[in-house]
Design a protein around this ligand. Structure first.
Ligand SMILES: Nc1ncnc2c1ncn2[C@@H]1O[C@H](COP(=O)(O)OP(=O)(O)OP(=O)(O)O)[C@@H](O)[C@H]1O
Ligand SMILES: [Mg+2]
Length: 301
């Protein structure tokens, strides 16, 4: 099935990608993370397709759900998509597909319709896709779909929101039973807002941390090396005597902010913006200091 055009996509689905896919392979590689964490993630996803179809649920109650939690910008969405591709690569299969769910589209339906939309998405669309071959479904920002019911006040939130969470849970149970070749990879940066029954159904909850000092350095290096494909002189900055000191300015920042900070340095002034290859190591370090300062201010430190 080739669903290249958005208008052909079923409601609630943002994108369907046939795997393996080169862009997603690059994405997995671009996320600098402890190798053990990446391995654990991949192993659990592979297990879903090896063990889950064969072992009765009374023995191993697997639901086919992985949950990635962690601060914003730590690479959760990129990892989830890249993971789907890695799984297809491991199985040397061209049958796998990545399905990206558009949670906001469902929950913004008018009052009384969210529950129906969620139920339809899982019971019909996802079930149909899973019948067509091994399917990995990305539930990005899952707290919008599986809202923690215990924290919802009935006054502030329509009963519809509660019911939508109920529908997700019911459907996860049904799909787990009927479709062993289905894997959900969910992400959240508000794990406390995710319903505990959803967390309980997750086969693995994995915390994606902020990058440590070594990872920050590697992300900076990867970013500058990436830029060197277009601006060769920028690549030379990774060999600059002040590179290590510059990299240490990035500690405490998340991966997204590190990359954005490099972009900010390229906009240090209009001359650099016009000729990005003239950016200096000092300008990059200064941009990192500014980013850390603005973060500290936001966190009230
Ligand atoms: N550990 C990392 N190594 C390299 N790049 C990273 C890392 N973490 C984040 N990035 C970069 O930051 C950007 C954002 O990543 P992504 O959207 O996957 O983060 P996220 O955790 O899903 O964020 P959010 O919680 O806000 O949705 C990407 O361009 C990614 O390459
Ligand atoms: Mg994300």
């Amino acid at each position: 099935m080739n669903m290249q055009f958005a208008r052909e996509l079923p409601k609630g689905i943002q994108k369907i990608t046939d795997l393996p896919n080169g862009d997603l392979a690059a994405l997995w590689g671009s996320i600098i993370l402890d190798d053990l964490l990446k391995k654990q993630l991949l192993s659990q996803a592979v297990l879903n397709f090896t063990v889950r179809p064969n072992v009765p649920r009374s023995v191993l109650p697997l639901h086919g759900v992985l949950l990635l939690v962690g601060p914003p910008g730590t690479g959760k969405t990129s990892l989830a998509k890249g993971l789907a591709n890695r799984v297809a690569e491991v199985f040397k299969s061209s049958n796998f597909r990545l399905v990206e769910v558009e949670a906001h589209g469902l929950t913004s339906s008018s009052m009384g319709k969210t529950q129906r939309a969620v139920a339809d998405l899982f019971a019909q669309t996802v079930a149909e896709l899973a019948s067509g071959g091994p399917t990995i479904v990305l539930l990005d920002e899952v707290e919008t779909l599986a809202v923690d019911r215990s924290k919802l006040s009935m006054d502030a939130n329509p009963v519809d929101v509660h019911r939508a969470t109920d529908a997700v849970l019911v459907q996860l149970d049904l799909l787990a039973e009927a479709h062993p070749n289905l894997l959900f990879v969910a992400t959240s940066n508000f794990p406390e807002a995710v319903d505990s029954a959803f967390i309980s159904r997750s086969d693995l909850v994995i915390e994606i941390p902020l990058p440590n000092a070594t990872a920050c350095r590697k992300i900076l290096e990867d970013c500058l090396t990436g830029l060197s494909a277009i601006y060769p002189k920028i690549g030379q900055l990774t060999k600059h005597p002040k590179f290590e000191a510059c990299a240490s300015e990035f500690v405490d920042l998340d991966g997204r902010t590190i990359r954005k900070t490099v972009a900010n340095a390229l906009a240090a002034d209009p001359t650099v913006a016009m000729a990005p290859e003239t950016v200096t190591i000092e300008q990059i370090a200064a941009a990192a200091r500014a980013a850390r300062k603005s973060r500290a201010k936001k966190e009230g430190k």
